[in-house]
Design a protein around this ligand. Structure first.
Ligand code: FES
Length: 581
């Protein structure tokens, strides 16, 4: 409570004569209603989309807005229609035949917006989510609050555990620092609505408690965990996760435990569980380790239920890639040991890339093992494989089937996750993921036949190019043009910051697409390692081409966000001269 701030609003007689009167008072537009002996004052803007409530209908104490028929208890302002939200009511006093209204703010506005965000998530109402996010803001650390709410919600209310929604949510928090400040709430909105949609209509998860006295031996828990995943026992595996966290395992220890199990089989579920693991750990970096139990537990079923590429035809025939990998994995401990002794700045990446893009899988695995023996840090080696995977997209010809973009995308985001994971934790088991990613790059080789040429880095005016980029993506299938603009921007000495922000804007204005979001986020992460190099430009060219292939969409989600934004700014959305017409 902040005291009172009464102002004179109208004469009682005028309100009684009219039944309802709209008045201005200190910058507020109020609707005054006479009902029985009392006078009620409410904000005249319907909380849904701003329709003037003085044009609504009052019956039996319920005020009904005429635009979408939201109903409100006139006395409290509470709504009966969750898509609308409560309307603000103002206390009134009658003094000498005049109505005085208390305009002082009451209640905790942020607490109300947090509750509305929860409502929006529970009912999967994008406009409610958008309004809460816009009001809560995304600047100066404010983003973490809605991010945590979405993370906790997604981990709890989806029986199948971590999925696309939470992955998009984590991608968005990762992209936030690279975006224009004005686009940051929009990014949160995309992530949160993705979580809501992923949970809508699904049973919740009932998390498991840790073992009554969790063993402090994390190695033992790790062995149990891998064994339970091996036999596809998701509940046993989940109990190991929560027990390990409760026993005090930190982020690095849990990363090592999870990455070991998720790479015990080859490229499981076309890379999603490993990518999801990386995203879950990144989400915890942003939200705080206190969310680790429910968040990491949500990964277990994805591991246990995943298809294993040992079971797939393409990894077995005509070349038995599994046998090749099994052979090299036996050598891995010695290769890592030899490399660890020699480890210096490894410079073998450029020579390795053509091998990775070639058609000899035995040569590829041997070259990777040799690089480790020569002292390549696993994270650097993983980065080289991620770059090769990005080149598959940068050189993806449009003669392919459209769905093939996804095949190339899966390899790239998997390779990015392996690289990010190895940068996080020195896990010898996760090094197997580097080889898996390389085999997937090999299997994708038909997607570059013939390869689209990389754009020649002709220079151009950076600012004009950014404007042109957004205009080009208003038209369908401007794949080559989008790549050309990005290459020209960087060749012309353009600052990468505005380019990344423009890629982000181009992404966020489209309707949410899981794979496009993954591509752009992974490219931005990989560009962080390659900034200022030709390889860095190629990675962003890949992201631009993928974006262009998937734009424009209907942009309906952006329209919803824009409504929320305009309402927050106090703009009028309803402009009808006569509501009764
Ligand atoms: S119900 Fe009032 S503006 Fe939609």
């Amino acid at each position: 409570m902040t005291g009172t701030q009464f102002v004179r609003a109208a004469r009682v007689a005028d309100v009684r004569a009219a039944g309802c009167l709209a008045v201005q008072a200190n910058g507020h537009t109020l609707a005054l209603f006479a009902q029985g002996e009392r006078i009620y004052a409410v904000d005249n803007r319907c909380p849904h989309m701003g329709f003037p409530l003085d044009r609504g209908t009052l019956h039996d104490g319920i005020l009904t807005c005429h635009w979408h028929h939201a109903r409100f208890d006139l006395a409290s302002g509470g709504t009966f229609d969750q898509f609308a939200g409560d309307v603000r009511v103002f206390a009134t006093e009658i003094r000498d035949g005049e109505i005085w209204v208390d305009l002082a703010p009451h209640g905790d506005a942020r607490a109300y917006q947090r509750a509305r965000l929860q409502d929006g998530l529970e009912r999967s109402i994008p406009l409610v989510v958008a309004k809460a996010v816009v009001a809560l803001g995304a600047g100066d650390g404010a983003a973490v609050e809605p991010f945590r709410i979405g993370l906790e919600f997604g981990a709890r209310y989806r029986e199948d555990g971590w999925g696309q929604g939470l992955t998009i949510h984590a991608c968005m928090i990762n992209l936030l620092p690279f975006l224009h400040p004005g686009d940051r709430p929009r990014a949160l909105y995309h992530g949160l609505t993705a979580v809501a949609r992923d949970c809508a209509g699904r049973p919740p998860r009932f998390g498991l408690r840790p073992l009554p006295s969790a063993p402090s031996d994390l190695e033992l828990l790790g062995r149990w965990f891998r064994q339970f995943i091996e036999v596809r026992d998701a509940e046993g595996a989940e109990r190991c996760i929560v027990s390990a966290v409760r026993a005090g395992a930190d982020s690095r220890a849990m990363a090592a435990l999870l990455f070991a199990a998720v790479t015990d089989h080859r490229y499981i579920q076309i890379g999603h569980p490993l990518d999801f693991t990386n995203k879950a750990l990144e989400a915890l970096d942003a939200a705080g380790w206190e969310y680790a139990e429910p968040v990491l537990a949500s990964l277990a079923s994805g591991y246990a239920d995943a298809a294993r590429m040992e079971e797939s035809n393409e990894w077995r025939h005509p070349v038995d890639l599994i046998a090749l990998l099994d052979r090299v994995f036996e050598e891995l401990p010695r290769a890592l040991e030899a490399g660890g002794i020699r480890r210096t700045a490894w410079r073998g990446g450029p020579a390795l890339v053509p091998v990775l893009l070639g058609d000899d899988p035995a040569r590829i695995v041997d070259a990777l093992a040799e690089a480790l023996r020569a002292g390549a840090a696993p994270a650097d080696l993983a980065g080289t494989v991620a770059y090769a995977a990005a080149l598959r997209i940068a050189r993806f010809p449009q003669t392919n089937e459209f769905g093939d973009w996804d095949t190339a995308l899966h390899t790239f985001t998997f390779a990015n996750a392996v690289q990010q994971g190895l940068a996080r934790v020195d896990s010898p088991e996760l090094v197997r993921g580097v080889f898996d990613a390389a085999m997937s790059v090999y299997l994708d080789r038909f997607l570059n036949v013939p390869p689209a040429p990389l754009p020649a880095p002709a220079r151009g005016d950076p600012e004009a190019l950014l404007r042109e980029f957004l205009a080009v993506l208003d038209r369908q299938q401007q794949v080559a043009e989008a790549g050309r603009i990005v290459a020209a921007y960087l060749a012309g000495g353009g600052d990468p910051g505005p380019l990344l922000a423009t890629l982000g804007r181009a992404l966020l204005r489209e309707d949410r697409n899981f794979h496009t979001i993954q591509t752009v986020e992974a490219a931005v992460r990989q560009y962080g390692r390659l900034r200022g190099t030709p390889e860095g430009a190629h990675v962003l060219v890949a992201a631009a081409r993928y974006l262009a292939a998937h734009a424009p969409t209907v942009r309906a989600e952006g329209q919803t966000y824009q409504i929320a934004y305009r309402l927050f700014r106090g703009e009028r959305l309803f402009d009808g001269a006569d509501a009764s017409g």
